[in-house]
Write a protein that binds this ligand. Structure first.
Ligand code: IPM
Ligand code: MN
Length: 372
């Protein structure tokens, strides 16, 4: 028996998670395991009525689970950043989920906006660092007259560099610091090399070491060091701006990519689009020795809330990744193949030119799984 925590969240979150749970339960029935689901009510509603995001006690409780199944958060009534940082990033950071694993795979029968590209051309994995870089939350808005020490340092550096008068020209500025550590880079790069060894032994590092020379210079140094332990993996460095171009022109070049947090965020939305859209893009926030969290990479789509029309496939696919993580590899593969089957049979939602509701797709895939 597995205990899995479930955080449906906001907007379409509860609908897609309920479809996903139905599928994972069916996978359990077929492959001989049970899942006990413990639901946590975090999200906009609770925040608006009580001011609470996710409490220390809840986080402590969540550490009893190896896996969390997460829907989505975000609500128009809440200032951008509050729920994202207070819930989603809070979980990623609290559990040190340093790997954000995002497969970009064009499933059979899915339309890609890329002309002439086929499933065999779009099949790679982005390993996104998930705890550092610009996400560390160190920054400030510097308003005129502020004299805090840390702000003074930034203002002084800035004015010295550009010869500006701090009191006038650089009076109001903002800064945000991206931090990479050797340890933080090493562990995720190592993970990516291990993954590349199991796949086609090709790994691309994505950065911007031609401009942000300090942080991504460290990244490259660590990458080169780690690569010495993997002589059979061929490697390359790509700049992130070029990668956005190659994803569109030659996605078949890629197999495993590893990248710092922010670039990983950006290129995986592009990855989602070339694999058929956000409705088909799952992700796993992984700490191999702790609590991991699986989610669709899309948001809460508030305008579709309660309509039972959202595409649950990304969430169901994230469920397959969750099973893989628990060691139920056969069940995980079966879930993915039933997803493919549903696409072939057009048993999908209207964004994919089907006419099923969110819950119908969950039921269809669950039944398909049980047929074996
Ligand atoms: C994602 C999202 C998050 C991120 C936001 C909601 C904090 O865009 O999972 O890709 O930037 O990581
Ligand atoms: Mn994102």
């Amino acid at each position: 028996m597995y205990k899995v925590a479930c955080l449906p969240g906001d907007g379409i979150g509860p609908e897609i998670i309920s479809a996903g749970r139905k599928v994972l339960d069916a996978a359990g029935e077929r492959f001989g395991f049970d899942i006990e689901w413990d639901e946590y009510d975090v999200g906009a509603e609770r925040y608006i009525s009580t001011g609470q995001l996710i409490s220390e006690d809840e986080l402590k409780e969540l550490s009893n689970y190896r896996a969390i199944y997460f829907g989505a958060i975000g609500d128009d009534r809440v200032t951008p950043g509050v729920l994202e940082k207070g819930i989603l990033l809070a979980v990623r950071f609290y559990f040190d989920q340093y790997i954000n694993l995002r497969p970009v795979k064009l499933l059979k029968g899915v339309e890609t906006p890329l002309a002439n590209k086929k499933p065999e051309d779009i099949d790679f994995v982005v390993v996104r660092e998930n705890t550092e870089d610009f996400y560390v939350g160190i920054g400030s808005r510097v308003k005129s007259g502020v004299t805090k020490n840390e702000l003074k340092v930034v203002r002084d550096l800035y004015s010295v560099k550009f010869g500006l008068d701090v009191e006038t020209d650089a009076d109001e500025l903002a800064y945000q610091i991206g931090v990479l550590s050797k340890k933080g880079s090493e562990r995720v790069i190592r993970y990516a090399f291990d993954l590349a060894e199991k796949r086609s032994k090709k790994l691309a590092s994505v950065d911007k070491a031609n401009v942000l020379t300090d942080v991504y210079g460290l990244w490259r140094e660590v990458f080169n060091d780690v690569s010495k332990n993997y002589p059979d993996v061929s490697t390359e460095f790509n700049f992130v701006d070029a990668v956005t171009m190659w994803f569109v022109k030659n996605p078949e070049w890629y197999d495993v990519l590893v990248t710092p947090n922010m670039f990983g965020d950006i290129i995986t939305d592009l990855g989602a689009m070339i694999q058929g859209g956000l409705g088909l893009a799952p992700g796993g926030n992984i700490n191999p020795d702790g609590t991991s969290m699986f989610e669709p990479i899309h948001g809460s789509a508030p305008k579709y809330k309660g309509k039972n029309i959202a595409n649950p496939l990304a969430t169901i696919w994230a469920g397959s990744m969750l099973l893989d993580h628990l060691g139920e590899n056969e069940a995980a593969a079966a879930v993915l193949s039933s997803i493919e089957h549903s696409i072939e049979e057009r048993a999908v939602t209207r964004d994919m030119k089907g006419n099923l509701k969110t819950s119908d797709v969950g039921e269809w895939i669950a039944e398909d799984l049980l047929k074996g």
